[in-house]
Write a protein that binds this ligand. Sequence first.
Ligand code: UDP
Length: 324
Amino acid sequence: RDLRVLVTGGAGFIGSHACKALAAAGARPVVLDDLSTGHADAVRWGPLVRADVRDRAAVRAALTEHEATCVLHFAGKAYVDESVRDPAKYYDNNVGGMIGLLAGCTAAGVDRIVFSSSCATYGVPERLPITEATPQRPITPYGRTKLICEQMLRDHDDAHGLRHVSLRYFNAAGADPEGEIGERHDPETHLIPRALLAAAGQAPALKVFGTDYPTPDGTCIRDYIHVSDLARAHVRAIEHLMMGGGGSLALNLGSGKGLSVHEIAATVEAVTGRAVPVEAAPRRPGDPPELTADPGLAARLWGFRSERSGIAEIVRDAAPWFGL
Ligand code: UDP
C-alpha cells in the first residue's frame, strides 16, 4: 500500500516540487495548505485539504482521514525583510504553525516530521562554509522562528520520542525541469526570479541590495540549490524516518558553492542572451554578507548530493516561467 505523507505548504514553491518527487517515488502526498501564498493549481499529485496548519483539529483530521504516517512541514512565512518589519506575523504563523502541527500529530499518533528549516538560523557565521555544528545565532525574526521550531521538535523528541529531521535550506531556486511547476511568489522578492524579470523586460533594473559588503565584488554571496535537489532530499528524509531513523537530525542542504549577486546577474545574461540592467541600492535589513554550506554531512549520512544545482542549470530551468 502506498505511503501517505501529509505535506503542509504543499501548494508552495518547495512543497509542490516535493509532492512531485514523492509521487515519483511511489508515495501519496496529501497537501494541507491555506492557499495564503500557495497555488491550488500546483497541487497535482494528491488531494488538497484547505486549512491553516495552526488549526490542530484540521491537522488531526487530515492525518486520520488520509491515513498519513509522516509529515513534511513546509507551511510558513518566509520573507526575511518582512519578518524584520512585522515580527508578530512570523511568530504567529511559524511558531504557531509548529504548535498546531505538533498538537495535531500527537492527537493522531503520528511521530515522524521533516521540517523546513533555514540557513538563516546561523545568522552571521564566524567561519565558512557553514557546518551543522556552526553555532545558531539568528539575526532576524524569521531566523529565530525557524530555530525555535527546531528546538520545539527536539523537546518533543526528548519528551515523547518524536522522530524528526530539520533540513536547513540555503537558497532554493530553479524550477521543475519538466516545466510542470515553478516559482510564483507575489510579491517576488528572490534574486534569480527578479533578475529574470529584469531580463524579460517585465521589471525595471534589478536592484542590487548592497555593493559595499566585505566580499570580492562587494555584493552578497549565497549558496543556490536547485528545488528539484531539495525535493529529492525530502524523499530521502522520509525514507530515513520510515526505516526507523530516530533522534534529532539536522542537515544542511546547499550546493557548497557561493555566488555573488553580480555573478547571478551575469549568469542570467549568459543563459538568456538578454541584458540584465542593474542599479545599486542600499543594503536590505537582515542580510548577512556570505552564506555558503558545507553539504558534507548529508553526503556522508545519506549519500545525498545535489545534481542539478549548477547555476546555469538553475537559471535555465527557471527561465521559461518568465517567458525566456
Ligand atoms: N538581492 C538583490 N536584489 C533583489 C533580490 C535579492 O540584490 O532584487 C540579494 C539579497 O540582498 C541577497 C541575495 O540577493 O543578498 C539573495 O536574496 P534572496 O531574497 O533571493 O534570498 P535570501 O538570501 O534572502 O533567502
